[in-house]
Ligand binder design. Sequence first.
Ligand code: ZN
Ligand code: ZN
Length: 100
Amino acid sequence: MKVLWCWRCQMEIPMLDEEEFAEAYRLYHNMFGPGKGKIEERAQPLLDFYEKLTGFEETNANAIMHHRISLYGPPCENCGKPYRTPKASFCAACGNKRLT
Ligand SMILES: [Zn+2]
Ligand SMILES: [Zn+2]
């Protein structure tokens, strides 16, 4: 887990590493599997997992699915915000050209 700037949410938010994300994805997947209950209730195991891990009380299960460190690329050398994607050639936040 690492707190990073999310350009979609326009805030700093705890993001998951690959191992943590794998478990989150499994719980997310379970929401849509066979069984009963409202989607809000079925999202609870995922929201609980995320809160336990990060201390952040998330209410939107879908938001967790884009809070994955590997989606955002490395931090910008200039402003420290992630490059948005691993392949970005410049920083969308400050315009800094990425060093390769
Ligand atoms: Zn976000
Ligand atoms: Zn930047």
